[in-house]
Design a protein around this ligand. Structure first.
Ligand SMILES: Cc1cc2nc3c(=O)[nH]c(=O)nc-3n(C[C@H](O)[C@H](O)[C@H](O)COP(=O)(O)OP(=O)(O)OC[C@H]3O[C@@H](n4cnc5c(N)ncnc54)[C@H](O)[C@@H]3O)c2cc1C
Length: 547
């Protein structure tokens, strides 16, 4: 019996289960099939777990094993730029966990919250506001409607003090492909509270095995939230030239080392990235060029007061420490950075008020920038919003009508992320930025580069490869560009921290003993290879390669 027939029979069986809603292939494809990266997969159907559907998971897995039908779990399925909701391998049934959206407990003393996969940033934000407002949502740029749990399972990064979302994760409850439950160890020793406060348990720590993984389905976990600090502020600065970029790297490291947890992180953005946040894409001015010619970039950057690099840092501290931290930042950046300013929400409000005295044209432009800054400040204070999502719409300029939720995959946006780790070494950072810029231009793709500190020794760089998704050749070119960046980048010393579904086979080619180890685990835990085949835990014998 072929896979499609086996899946149809399995869908019949799944539809008999309580707490489960089933979609057939065509309906499921319409619901989950669109991908920002233009990847294509065969969606054989979908199982949507309802609020009370968790208890059905052992049966769901038993049916999948018996029918040898792959299932692919998603939490909110908005993994834009990395495959959206599509399975990693050729054909699968989507297991949609968004219906499991309970906040299971919240401890205001320690700031731990235990939640299910469907709990979104927006839902947690409302919950915290109603429960004392002491802690922050670990927001990301992906908007209010994405799951907190899946982002942590993907080891995503955010922009609040707990920027590394995996680091804040503990107390996983997992169902394994064989239908057995796995829970954090202290609960079986009778002290479950410790599982929420100490993530490593006792004995081998297995928590990481279920992140960027296909070894189990995580049904709940605890996240440690950062408390709202007394003061939140941002600082902005500019660099006059590319030559200043390597010089600022050591200064940024010094800021992070000296100010410890008081500086949340620092982002460095090139001119293209800043333009994407400032003006509509100047499509009508490209002429025959596929991307903005250098002269046009110079002109637009000058007109919008954008220098070659812009820095954006966050400060979280007490009132008394704020002035001391500002002094440290000023001292560290002196002589390299220019136009250093510190802003708080109050200050932005005052500036917006003062605009009524400015000439109309200037006031209009300044108001737009200040409004974006105010939204960014909300985001870093743990208030989720859509302010980062318009990036995905920059090339097309076609956004849904005001009041409609932004949803880049549904709205036809073309985007693939190249997200490499770059050691904070001045020469490497310089080489990296020049090389990415040159390679992307050679592919006819706008080079938008951000470098985000994730410690005082490493940047996570995020480079959106934007393309016209309606154009097949452009989609192919974007995929080729990503492949070139991954492989050439590896040879130069940069590799992604996370991969999209079409990029996963690249990992197989460079596996080594680490890949062998997880493949062995996969073979042992999931001999039928029914759970998210080909996702990170590649199994060369069983894994069909996506075309
Ligand atoms: C403009 C823009 C800005 C973005 N900003 C950020 C950002 O700041 N930080 C960031 O990290 N990302 C960012 N993203 C990328 C992405 O959209 C987010 O990471 C998003 O949170 C992932 O989607 P999701 O949470 O719906 O995950 P899902 O799609 O639900 O899950 C992602 C993957 O994790 C696995 N998974 C999910 N749930 C489970 C589970 N319960 N058990 C086992 N496996 C599971 C699945 O295999 C799935 O493919 C951005 C994207 C765009 C377009």
């Amino acid at each position: 019996m072929d896979l499609v027939t086996r899946a149809a029979l399995a869908l019949d069986q799944w539809s008999d289960l309580q707490g489960v809603k089933v979609m057939r292939g065509a309906e499921a494809t319409a619901c989950y099939g669109a991908d920002c990266g233009a990847a294509e997969r065969q969606i054989l159907g979908a199982i949507q777990l309802q609020y009370d559907g968790k208890a059905r998971l052992p049966q769901i897995l038993a049916i999948a094993r018996a029918a040898r039908v792959p299932i692919y779990p998603i939490s909110t399925g908005r993994n834009w730029g990395y495959g959206t909701a599509l399975p990693a391998s050729g054909a699968a049934v989507i297991l949609d966990l968004s219906g499991l959206d309970r906040i299971l407990d919240y401890d205001p003393e320690f700031g731990t919250v235990t939640l299910e996969p469907g709990v979104t940033q927006a839902k947690l934000c409302r919950f915290l506001a109603e429960n004392g407002g002491r802690h922050m949502v670990p927001t990301t740029g992906a908007g209010p409607e994405v799951s907190l749990l899946s982002n942590a399972l993907e080891r995503g990064y955010g922009i609040t003090p707990h920027a590394d979302h995996f680091n804040a994760l503990s107390n996983l409850e997992v169902i394994l492909p064989n239908g057995e439950w796995l829970r954090a160890p202290f609960s079986s020793l009778g002290v479950p509270v410790l599982d929420k406060l100490f993530r490593n348990g006792i004995g081998p720590s297995w928590i990481g095995l279920f992140t960027q993984s296909a070894l189990g389905i995580v049904t709940s976990a605890t996240i440690t939230l950062a408390p709202h600090p007394e003061r939140t502020a941002v600082f902005l600065f500019s660099l006059r030239s590319q030559e200043d970029l390597p010089k600022v790297v050591g200064r940024v490291r010094a800021v992070l080392d000296q100010c410890g947890g008081l500086v949340g992180g620092v982002n460095l953005m090139n001119r293209h990235r800043m333009l994407s946040m400032t003006i509509p894409y100047p499509k009508e001015r490209l002429g025959a060029s596929p991307i903005m010619p250098d002269g046009l970039v110079d002109e637009l950057a000058r007109a919008n007061l954008i220098m070659p690099w812009t820095g954006f840092g966050t400060l979280y501290c007490s009132e008394r420490l704020l002035s001391a931290v500002k002094k440290e930042v000023k001292a560290a950046l002196r002589g390299v950075a220019v136009r250093l300013v510190f802003l708080t929400a109050d200050r932005i409000q005052t500036l917006r008020g003062a605009l009524k005295f400015a000439p109309a044209a200037l006031a209009k432009r300044a108001e737009a920038s200040l409004a974006t800054l105010a939204k960014s400040l909300d985001l870093i204070q743990g208030i989720p919003n859509e302010t980062a999502l318009p990036l995905a719409y920059w090339l097309s300029g076609r956004r849904p009508p005001p009041g409609t939720q932004l949803h880049p995959s549904r709205d036809g946006c073309g985007l693939l992320w190249y997200a490499p780790l770059v050691a904070m070494n001045p020469e490497l950072v310089n080489d990296y930025t020049l090389w990415v810029t040159g390679r992307m231009k050679a592919f006819g793709i706008e080079p938008l580069i951000t470098l985000t500190t994730i410690s005082s020794s490493i940047f996570d760089s995020t480079v959106p490869i934007l393309f016209d998704r309606a154009n097949e050749a452009a989609a192919r070119n974007a995929g080729n560009c990503l492949q070139a960046l991954m492989e050439e980048g590896r040879q130069r010393g940069y590799t992604p921290y996370r991969l999209g579904i079409d990029a996963l086979p690249w990992l197989l080619g460079h596996g080594g003993s680490s890949l062998q180890f997880v493949s062995d685990l996969k073979r042992h835990l999931d001999p039928e290879n029914i759970l998210a085949p080909s996702r990170y835990c590649l199994n060369p014998e069983l894994t069909p390669q996506p075309s």
